[in-house]
Design a protein around this ligand. Structure first.
Ligand code: ZN
Length: 497
């Protein structure tokens, strides 16, 4: 494809990307909830949409990439109004909510830097946009699509569904939801079970609370993304991204809120990445297979045979098309590590290779093939961001590079133009667009490896009941500003101050 096409989850088809403002592209991606450390499942959307924004820049767009931080209470699971996650966890850890928000935000940023994800242009926080959220809720009430009960405000989903295509994105039917939504907190206040909270009245013990026209409370989860995306990208913007698990209820609710407030749908292209499974299983607390990023980098989880370099994880994720499922296993990651080392070595060889400068190719077939395979990289990216096929092509090309180094391929086999194209293709696709870096670039990974070793020694010491050694390791690391934390599942995580 000669122009950028993306699969629009809303229309369920590939569409040519055309930005609203020529030369500019707006991208909104739902960011982390900073009530805990990010885990492996979070790596996929942030790496995927990092490549989306890199590719848009490569195509010449000036990109505004907005990724929020959810630092106020939100309602997790489908239809379930959970406790305010942020203040709940804070009480358990005996931290001020904002202290915890700061800690996990820093850890998230650290993880993103290790993955070589570019920083977003704007990273708005939910707590920094309470005024905008209240304004939007007032607007929705004024338009007759939300109602207040006992200091909480709910969105009237049934009324919306009577007038708008509710459920189109997620493929859900309102009737199903009315049947299946469980009886939970706040249900007695709602007109219909499917209604969701825009604002929740705060019980006395709730720490994070703000004044509102409906009394003291806190915003619902969905409203922050509607308020912040329209503030920074406009009432209609180009691309909204996130994991497939966010389609319902989060993105469906975002569409409903914005449609009522602005009178039209908010997003042109919805992009959703598929999920990560671990050894064929869905990731979840009940499976004891939630692997945090720090555990992934240090190997400090019982399911991990070793530490994995962030670049290996990034490469592994990009080796599969973002809309396919992806299974994490030690074997698959080890294979990705070997593959990435081979590919990067070929890239380093290519940078040192000298071409004799001949314009005429001694091997016209190979010359043509190199040009074709290089050209295909943009076609693959244009075809809904097929990073998997780009990597496969770079592998094919690396055998030519290795042949040139080893002498099996004559130095003059391809012409100077094909050689230059080969060089620029590797630099552009491998480094600029896929965002890969040499494994040795990341000093902090060396630290991760050292920590992994110390954690292992400490574990062995504890097994032998040599608590003097295990305490010494923990205390000395704490003095150096590195906190080890023993998790219930037997794994050890750490944070660096
Ligand atoms: Zn969101």
């Amino acid at each position: 494809m000669s122009e950028f096409h993306i699969y629009n989850s809303y229309t369920r088809q590939k569409e040519r990307f055309e930005s609203i403002t020529p030369g500019h592209a707006g991208l909104y991606v739902c960011g982390p909830t900073v009530s805990g450390e990010s885990h492996m499942g979070h790596a996929r959307p942030y790496i995927t949409f990092d490549v989306v924004q890199r590719y848009l820049r490569h195509l010449g767009y000036k990109v505004r990439y907005v990724r929020n931080i959810t630092d106020a209470g939100h309602f997790e699971e489908e239809g379930r109004e959970a406790q305010d996650k942020v203040s709940e966890k804070a009480r358990l850890e005996k931290l001020e909510p904002m202290e915890m928000v700061h800690k996990y935000t820093s850890m998230f940023h650290h993880g993103m830097r290790l993955f070589n994800c570019d920083e977003p242009s704007i990273e708005p926080t939910a707590t920094g946009h309470i005024v905008e959220q209240i304004g939007m809720i007032e607007d929705i009430i004024a338009k007759g699509y939300a109602y207040e009960v006992n200091g909480s405000v709910y969105f009237d989903v049934k009324k919306y569904a009577d007038n708008y295509p509710y459920g189109k994105l997620s493929g859900r039917v309102l009737e199903d939801q009315l049947e299946t939504t469980r009886e939970l907190d706040g249900q007695d206040e709602k007109r219909n079970k499917a209604d969701f909270a825009l604002w929740k009245n705060a019980p006395p013990e709730h720490i994070m609370r703000w004044k509102s026209p409906w009394g003291e409370g806190f915003p619902g989860w969905h409203i922050e993304c509607s308020a912040m995306s329209s503030k920074y990208l406009g009432e209609t913007f180009d691309i909204h991204g996130g994991g497939m698990d966010l389609q319902f209820p989060h993105h469906e609710s975002e569409i409903a809120q914005s449609t009522i407030s602005h009178g039209h749908a908010p997003v042109r292209y919805w992009m959703h990445n598929n999920m990560i499974t671990i050894n064929g299983k869905k990731m979840g607390k009940s499976y004891n297979n939630v692997i945090k990023l720090s555990e992934l980098f240090s190997g400090g989880h019982p399911l991990l045979a070793q530490a994995y370099h962030p670049m290996v994880v990034r490469f592994y994720i990009l080796q599969t098309h973002y809309r396919s499922t992806l299974d994490f296993s030690n074997e698959a990651l080890q294979a990705a590590e070997r593959a990435f080392r081979r590919l990067w070595e070929a890239y380093e060889v290519l940078q040192k290779l000298q071409h004799p400068g001949n314009n005429e190719a001694a091997n016209a077939g190979l010359h043509q093939q190199v040009l074709e395979q290089c050209g295909q990289c943009s076609e693959y990216m244009n075809d809904d961001l097929n990073t998997a096929k780009v990597i496969a092509n770079l592998f094919d090309l690396s055998s030519t590079i290795n042949g040139m180094k080893g002498g099996q391929v004559a130095a003059n086999a391809i012409g100077a133009d094909a050689f230059d194209t080969l060089k620029s293709t590797f630099r552009t696709y491998l480094e600029d667009i896929l965002g890969m870096q040499a494994l040795q670039v990341q000093q902090s990974n060396k630290l991760d490896e050292v920590l992994a070793l110390l954690i292992e020694i400490r574990k062995d010491a504890k097994k032998r009941k040599d608590f003097a050694t295990s305490d010494q390791i923990r205390n000395r690391l704490a003095e150096a500003g590195i906190q080890l934390k023993d998790e219930k599942d037997g794994s050890v995580s750490y944070s660096i101050e």
